[in-house]
Design a protein around this ligand. Structure first.
Ligand code: 6R9
Length: 661
């Protein structure tokens, strides 16, 4: 078998940028040439968008790969760049955050008010003995204090570690212990699905197992009863009483900014470490370039949770460094009704919306008539992140939300990359539904075979990054060896082949006939069927292109004849009847539909109609658990599942269409 990853689907639709947007775009086509001409000079120009207390001596030190240093010798304060400098420039009255609580309560926070809050929180951190070199765990709902807490840590040089408010006691305590945190910042709870959801009890249990924790700072959000210990301090009795004057001190460009844990498929979570100057340079630049942000007129909304890297880079650091006005929403998309998102878009006149494919497919499932009832004419750029977006979902997003007017930017990146790496530019790129298109200016991405050879157009393989980039992870916290093994030992110098250090992203990808990049899912999930490597994404997209299908997940299950066979889990669209023979016929139709779209090799052996799919908190499908079901094993680790009841639902509601051939 010669192919590394099969290329089965093709797409001929293409959408050029709207003329007016292209003419006024922040970044135009010449940026690619500029960056290709001198990559480091290009990134130095982008770093100049920030305010430095001391200019760097060297853009990149790559003398000890894969341990990079960017903007060596430079000094800056992240919070100053995200808050103070906008106020100093006379923009203190601009709204930084339009916050919408799930129950409908709201807060409007200007940059001047944000400066006051961040300064007060920074003073409180200092009072609690937290400063440069310390770690702080943040376990919060989606309230403004979450962003304030992160910025206050950055301001005093403490490294934050945000843990999803929804993770279990053990997930929280292992992360606190791994980072050896001194302080936890949390809340009594937050609102989710129409009711208060407690956080403090989880923190209490975790802290009992974590002797490193000296204090717990608690925001009162829901007012629910909480147990109280000597370590606990109310936010309103400390931060809100503290002095609003705080002078930000500059830190080295390589000062650790945050640790964010990613679980991966096996083993203990990896604490991805990001530092200061390079990180802020790239998230600030990409937020400006990819979303074409006009800070005076745009209203930006990223629907991610703060516990995901997307919340770090594109709610807190990118948008605030650019002086954006943004919406922040506390709750779920279906509370009180399934139109909540579109209500928010119309209410705040959101012009840039950044969300995830899982949400887009959910909205598809709920039906076109829901967004159709809203104006949505304020929208001018739509973004997607987190998973490959199926062409069908992309078209639905374009037609039903963008009303065929707005460009869509499908942004590929990872916790490890810190900022967006592969994406269209909304004023430059003619986009194809389902493709992340090309690496951004200053980024070198490629698709290679197992010998690290670049595949030709039309070929598939492994996604790699060939040159260091400013917001790259610096290591795995406390585990340089794992950093080397996980990302740098598959290809190139780290694998003992050649001098080039090549970053292995863990994703499959292909280049289409024009060289545009298509992400094909994690390589660990690739299915080996009769000697062909078939990506989960292509089969899922073929299923989603059938009018009866809202969502699909496929896995390769052990099969005596083909090695692995494709088993698909399918959520039908809301209006589709799946009872009895009708459901059986649907599974037959779907199997044939995939065979017709991608070829007989990709025909699923089995299709199960299910009401839900197991997902992580950031909406990624946990195929590992579905593989357990498909191979009739007991379930593996379910601790990072968004909703643990889903697996019961799947087993109970499963309707199986078996292979007849
Ligand atoms: C930002 C984020 C990273 C993994 C990544 C890939 C998948 C993210 C994607 C995408 C296809 C996109 N992914 N964006 N796949 N197209 N636009 O999601 O970070 O949570 O670390 O996940 O997500 O598989 O490797 P993280």
């Amino acid at each position: 078998m010669s192919e590394t990853l099969a290329n089965l689907s093709s797409e001929s639709r293409q959408f050029p940028p709207p003329e007016a947007l292209a003419a006024a775009a922040n970044v135009k086509a010449d940026a690619y040439e500029e960056a290709a001409g001198d990559r480091l000079a290009f990134w130095a120009t982008q770093a100049d968008r920030l305010t430095w207390a001391k200019k760097w001596d060297q853009v990149l030190d790559w003398s000890n790969p894969p341990f990079a240093k960017w903007f060596v010798g430079g000094e800056l304060n992240i919070a100053y760049n995200c808050v103070d400098r906008h106020v100093e420039a006379g923009r203190g009255d601009r709204v930084a955050i339009h916050w919408e609580g799930e129950p409908g309560d709201t807060r409007t926070i200007t940059y001047a008010e944000l400066l006051k809050l961040v300064s007060q929180a920074a003073n409180t951190l200092t009072d609690l003995g937290v400063g440069a070199g310390d770690r702080v765990a943040i376990y919060m709902p989606m309230i403004p204090e979450a962003a304030v807490a992160m910025l206050a840590c950055a301001r005093v040089g403490a490294t934050h570690s945000v843990v999803f408010g929804g993770f279990s006691v053990s997930a929280l305590s292992t992360r606190i212990q791994d980072a050896d945190a001194k302080l936890v910042i949390t809340a009594d709870g937050g609102y989710r699905r129409g009711k208060p959801s407690a956080l403090k009890p989880t923190v209490d249990e975790a802290v009992a197992e974590c002797p490193s924790i000296e204090n717990v700072l608690v925001v009162r959000r829901t007012g629910q009863d909480v147990a109280w210990t000597d370590k606990d301090k109310w936010w309103h009795e400390t931060v809100e009483q503290a002095s609003p004057e705080h002078k930000a001190q500059a830190f080295d460009a390589e000062h650790p900014l945050f640790i964010l844990y990613t679980s991966g498929t096996t083993g203990k979570p990896k604490g991805i470490l990001h530092t200061t100057g390079g990180y802020l340079t790239q998230v600030s630049y990409t937020h400006n370039a990819v979303f074409d942000l006009k800070p005076d007129t745009d209203v930006y909304w990223c629907t991610a949770d703060i516990g995901w890297v997307t919340g770090h880079s594109y709610i807190v650091y990118g948008p605030l460094s650019n002086g954006a006005t943004q919406v922040m929403y506390e709750g779920t998309p279906d509370t009180p009704g399934r139109d909540r998102f579109w209500q928010i878009v119309d209410k705040y006149k959101v012009s840039i919306l950044y969300t995830a494919p899982t949400l887009i497919r959910t909205m598809m499932k709920w039906g076109d008539d829901i967004p159709a009832g809203f104006d949505l004419s304020s929208l001018r750029v739509l973004g997607s992140v987190g998973e490959p977006i199926n062409p069908e979902a992309w078209m639905w997003y374009r037609e039903n939300i963008g009303r065929n007017r707005t460009p869509i930017v499908d942004t590929w990146w990872q916790t490890e990359t810190g900022g967006v790496m592969i994406s269209p530019l909304p004023g430059v790129t003619a986009t194809k539904p389902g493709s992340a298109m090309t690496p951004l200016p200053g980024i070198t991405a490629d698709v290679v075979d197992d010998q690290a050879q670049s595949v030709p157009n039309g070929g598939g393989g492994f996604l790699v990054l060939r040159d260091p980039w400013p917001s790259m992870l610096r290591t795995i916290w406390g585990d340089d060896k794992r950093f080397l093994d996980t990302y740098w030992s598959r290809f190139g110098a780290g694998a003992g082949t050649g001098d080039e250090w090549i970053y292995f992203a863990g994703d499959g990808a292909k280049k289409d006939d024009d060289g545009a990049l298509w992400l094909l899912g994690r390589v660990d999930d690739v299915m080996l069927v009769s000697g062909h490597n078939i990506s989960t994404t292509e089969v899922e997209s073929a299923l989603v292109s059938h009018p009866s299908v809202a969502e699909a997940a496929v896995v390769g299950a052990t099969d005596p004849t083909t090695g692995q066979a494709i088993v698909a889990f399918v959520i039908p669209r809301g209006n589709v009847d799946t009872e009895g023979d009708v459901g059986d016929q649907l599974t037959v139709d779907l199997r044939n539909h995939v065979a017709k779209t991608l070829g007989p090799i990709a025909k699923p052996r089995q299709i199960m109609l299910v009401p839900e799919l197991p997902k992580t908190r950031s909406g990624k499908i946990m195929r590992r658990l579905l593989k357990d079901v498909a191979e009739r094993r007991s379930l593996g680790d379910v601790t990072t599942l968004q909703d643990s009841a889903v697996m019961d639902l799947i087993s109970a509601g499963m309707k199986t269409g078996k292979s007849e051939d």
